[in-house]
Design a binder for this molecule. Structure first.
Ligand code: DGJ
Length: 725
């Protein structure tokens, strides 16, 4: 519900358990008044401390500059005297960097407007409500509409903004973030997700000091290294208690997420497109839409935050018809063959896989152009018939005869210097004239800011998809953007390239899922460099990491599941010694870890021993038994090996609390150890549950726990089903 208190000039945006307060000061400033647990009334003006402007308290209590550097603002701007991080920075044609938004009015509407060309949460009119706050800078003729949407039954709040030029002259947007909140400090700690290739999204938590702490990417993608998620938590916060303020960006390109503790002990939390290298020329009559930020406040710890994101994304972000379906168990030939395969090898894999219950073969990188290594052919999206003899359709039909579906890998955004496409259109690569193009994995990035480039690549790939019965596409992206320059943009618009590139990627993904609605799309970026909420709008699943080692995956999947539904996490069983870290783990454990996600295999199944093949059958059975529960249930993190050094545990609980599944892995054996008790979560305290043949009260399982014996040896996993008795 969204209320406006005319007398106090206060907006209160309520969700089931939270309130978000905005106040209009002096009929002019749009100030942030409150975010936290639900409030009963709107009489909250005192929270603004309007009489406490610093510097000249006894002389001029409302001296504007001082007020601006102290006030809690909704959309702070550069140039007028707020020296903290701004959300908006605009440069006029005569070079001045300043703007001064004045409140003009508001509108509360049912539903949620779509964001032009951008991924965003969505909902029916009866499911959500939007507050629009209109502001204007008279000098620039700039209108800014701040958008706030809330959904029935969700504690999330979604923010975005529209910037319109209603003036006579163009201006340049140099920064336009998506969300800002100002709060009084509560000894906040900063939580983020950090990593590297094959080591994505490890959780990091550290105290917030004075100054600015930010997490960002200007690599042109959300990145392996830093992630568009930021949470401020109180020191006592755990999985089930303490306060959390979280922001997650529904965008896949450059971002900045920042916490700034000011001289007055207030904390400003911001998120949006990274201003590094960004400018956008806004001509009269044009508008710019900033991508969406989803904010979640939880007074019940990180677990509640996680489940709020999961539910919102499953109900109001992911659109795929496959969202609520058990995905086919796939086998991907990447770790099995890398580039060294032909149709015969693929059919051998498919044959053995089909006999064990695997349902789809995915042909990974190397099937097109003359690609036999990673040094050529990106952009030449034609089947290499020297490798795939008889052509794609014949291969697909032969795979189908085995009772399996067929999937294919593509990397649409890239171009190899050694490709026919590059020889024909060298100007299609992103580049700065006169400079060597920075290469990475021997490839360049296509200029997806250009419609004709996107369209040409789309047509080539669509032709391939039309040429055979293809059920799945893995869309990969294996390098970051550099040497940023576009032949299609004038000098004063070069700063638009990275964002226009993302809009091009989104446009092509939209076209793909519209023209081929039967195709299950999985996004991927050199592993998990683009596992973000933006991509989830187009694909219900994303490859989580190139690291398939079961132990490494514990941290990667824990960090990913902190924000994103487990139904979206691409997770596969691979061989040992693991190709990334050389570790040897039991086949059973690899299967149990991969169950937390979209299950599959990434190995040469023809080389497995008879015993391992029997284990594949058991894993396939487990997947069919538990996937509905894992995919649709509530996820609870119970223990993390990163904290305790020995074991990891999570569980998933059916929404009606009638059934649950406990996962436990003993990562490291401990000498002379006794059994441990894992306290369950999310059950109904008053119900009785059957666990391994014995009945317990829900309260006993949650307060005293399930007893797990210590085992001899490392990396041992257990799955325990809990059913209502
Ligand atoms: C990176 C992906 O994450 C891998 O799974 C594989 O598809 C390779 N790219 C292929 O180049």
């Amino acid at each position: 519900m969204i209320r406006y208190d005319e007398k106090n000039k206060v907006f209160l945006i309520d969700t089931e358990n939270t309130s978000y307060g905005i106040a209009v000061v002096d009929d002019r400033y749009v100030c942030h008044a409150y975010y936290g647990k639900k409030l009963a009334d709107t009489d909250i003006r005192y929270l603004l401390r309007e009489d406490e402007a610093p510097l000249t308290p006894s002389v001029n209590k409302r001296e504007t500059g001082a007020f601006l550097d102290f006030a809690h603002m909704e959309y702070p701007e550069t140039g007028m005297g707020d020296y903290r991080e701004s959300a908006l920075c605009v440069r006029s044609m005569n070079g001045h960097r300043a703007s001064e938004l004045c409140y003009e009015g508001y509108e509360i509407v049912p539903g949620k407007p779509a964001l032009e060309g951008l991924p965003a949460t969505w909902g029916k009119e009866e499911e959500c409500t939007t507050l629009k706050i209109f502001c204007r800078d008279a000098l620039l003729g700039m209108k800014v509409t701040l958008l706030y949407s809330v959904f029935e039954g969700s504690d999330a709040l979604c923010r975005s903004a529209l910037i319109e030029n209603e003036g006579e002259e163009s201006f340049y947007i140099e920064k336009a973030l998506s969300a800002c909140i100002d709060m009084c400090d509560r000894d906040f700690e900063v939580m983020g997700l950090f990593g590297s290739w094959a080591r994505e999204r490890h959780i990091q938590r550290m105290p917030l000091g004075y100054g600015r702490q930010n997490i960002s990417s200007f690599k042109g993608e959300s990145s392996h290294q830093e992630h568009p998620f930021l949470a401020l938590v109180t020191p006592e916060t755990t999985q089930d208690c303490g306060e959390v303020y979280a922001m997650n960006f529904v965008y896949s390109g450059n971002f900045i997420a920042q916490a700034e503790k000011s001289q007055f002990d207030s904390v400003r939390m911001t998120m949006g497109i990274h201003p590094e290298g960004f400018t956008w020329k806004l001509e009269p009559g044009k508008r710019f839409t900033v991508p969406e930020v989803v904010m979640v406040y939880s007074a019940e710890g990180l677990g509640k935050m996680t489940r709020t994101f999961h539910d919102l994304y499953r109900e109001h972000l992911i659109r795929s018809p496959y969202l609520h379906e058990k995905r086919p168990i796939l086998i991907n030939n990447w770790e099995a063959t890398y580039f060294d395969f032909d149709e015969k090898k693929l059919l051998e894999i498919a044959k053995d896989a089909s006999e064990l219950g695997i349902e789809m073969l995915v042909m990974d990188d190397g099937w097109f152009g003359k690609r036999s290594l990673d040094d050529s052919s990106l952009g030449d999206w034609f089947v290499n018939e020297d490798k795939i003899k008889g052509g794609l359709n014949e291969l697909v039909e032969n795979v189908k005869k085995l009772g399996m579906k067929f999937g294919i890998w593509v990397e649409p955004e890239m171009i190899s210097p050694d490709s026919d496409l590059y020889r024909k259109h060298p100007d299609w690569a992103i580049q700065i004239p006169g400079r060597d193009i920075t290469q990475s994995r021997a490839q360049y990035v296509l200029d997806f800011s250009r419609e004709e480039v996107v369209d040409a690549v789309y047509e080539m790939i669509a032709d391939v998809l039309r040429s055979a019965d293809i059920s799945y596409v893995k869309w990969d992206m294996n390098r970051q953007l550099a040497t940023l320059g576009s032949f299609a943009l004038p000098a004063d618009r070069q700063g638009e390239l990275s964002h226009r590139y993302m809009l091009g990627v989104y446009r092509m993904q939209e076209r793909l899922i519209t023209d081929f609605p039967q195709i299950l799309l999985e996004n991927c970026s050199g592993g998990g460099a683009r596992f973000d909420a933006g991509m989830l709008y187009y694909s219900p699943q994303i490859w989580c990491s190139d690291d398939t080692d079961a132990m490494e995956r514990l941290a990667i999947q824990e960090g990913t599941a902190l924000v994103y539904p487990v139904s979206a996490m691409g997770a596969h069983v691979s061989v040992c010694p693991n190709h990334t870290v050389g570790r040897v783990t039991p086949f059973e454990t690899r299967g149990d870890v991969a169950l937390l996600g979209t299950f599959g295999y990434e190995l040469d199944i023809t080389k497995l021993s008879a015993e391992e093949k029997e284990l594949v059958k058991v894993q396939v059975e487990k997947y069919h038994k538990y996937n509905d529960l894992i995919r649709e249930g509530d996820y609870y993190r119970l223990a993390s090996v990163a904290d305790n050094g020995y074991y990891d545990s999570w569980m998933t609980v059916e929404k009606d609390r009638s059934r649950a599944l406990l996962f436990y892995v003993q990562v490291a054996a401990r000498a002379n150890a006794k059994s441990r008790f894992i306290r369950l979560a999310g059950l109904d305290a008053d119900k009785c549950y059957m666990v391994e043949g014995k009945v317990y009260a829900g309260s006993t399982l949650m307060n005293a726990g399930v007893r797990i014996s210590s085992e001899f040896g490392d990396f041992k996993s257990r799955l325990i089903e809990i059913t209502e008795a």
